[in-house]
Design a protein around this ligand. Structure first.
Ligand code: PAF
Length: 273
């Protein structure tokens, strides 16, 4: 595995390879969810590139940028064992300069739900993803469905900027008790972890309701909110794949989303129907 720390090193590493490039961008603290993305990239491409970069521009003031889990050694090992060809591990100075051209998330879709709670977050995500996709010369890029709004916006960016990269959505990986894997799960205390299961439990209930024939979004979110008690819920909503709120579930074009605070930790989860 080649470890590239600068743009020049990355370019040289890519020049030494041929064929399609499967890219998995990450912020490190890798878990089985990331490994699933890497495995899919491995199967579908000649070359696999993973980036590890805790992108400062997607954190709002007061968020967890300084305490975001960093596990360089373990992450490098995981990448090596997963068959990654090139690991890109840049410094902030490699990724950002002064007075740059910037990418702005769309006014509506970028500023609802996650974007309403974290205004400007998606500007930072889209900027860094645009830079990384270009630097890595990605043929395909792999993103988890857990960050559904991020995935939708990156897909939209690809379309709006006529980018040739193929954006691939990969299913959320869960613990055996249902908790969606996330690098931020390390913040959860034992008690928090039990409470956190309410997110996946509420989504499981939503799925059962739909299987029983319930379609009204209000009915579904009402029952989910009961299950989520007494968590501090930020939103529970039913949207289509374009992130427009919909009054009724449309099978094949619906995502049910939840965001809540468990102790001091913000968690998000969703189910695609
Ligand atoms: O999902 C993430 O880990 C990040 O938002 C990403 C896509 C790597 C951009 O920093």
């Amino acid at each position: 595995m080649i470890i590239a720390r600068t743009a020049v090193e990355l370019s040289a590493a890519l020049d030494s390879k041929t064929g399609s490039v499967g890219f998995v961008p990450t912020m490190g603290a890798l878990h089985i969810g990331h490994r699933t993305l890497i495995e899919k990239a491995r199967v579908e491409n000649d070359v696999v590139v993973v980036s590890i970069f805790v992108n400062p521009t997607q954190f709002l003031p007061g968020e967890d940028l300084s305490k975001y889990p960093r596990r360089e050694e373990a992450d490098f090992k995981i990448c090596e064992l997963s068959g990654v060809d090139i690991l890109f591990y840049p410094e902030v100075g490699t990724m950002y300069g002064k007075d740059e051209v910037s990418i702005k998330a769309p006014d509506v879709r970028g500023y609802i739900l996650e974007g309403a709670i974290r205004p400007g977050h998606f500007d930072g995500v889209l900027s860094v993803v645009m830079k990384l996709l270009n630097m890595v010369r990605a043929t395909r890029a792999y993103f988890g469905k857990k960050d559904a709004q991020q995935l939708a916006l990156i897909t939209q960016m690809g379309q709006n900027f006529f980018m040739s990269v193929e954006i691939i959505a990969v299913d959320t990986v869960r613990e055996s008790d249902g908790l969606a894997l996330s690098s931020r799960n390390v913040y959860l205390s034992q008690e928090d972890r039990v409470e956190a299961l309410k997110l996946s439990a509420s989504l499981k209930r939503a799925t059962h309701l739909v299987m029983q024939g319930v379609r009204e979004s209000n009915e579904i979110t009402k029952i989910m909110l009961e299950i989520l008690q007494p968590l501090s819920v930020e939103y529970v909503t039913v949207v289509n794949r374009r992130f427009e709120a919909i009054p009724e579930v449309i099978i094949g074009d619906t995502i049910v989303l939840v965001a809540a605070r468990v102790g001091l930790t913000r968690l998000i989860d969703n189910v695609w129907m």
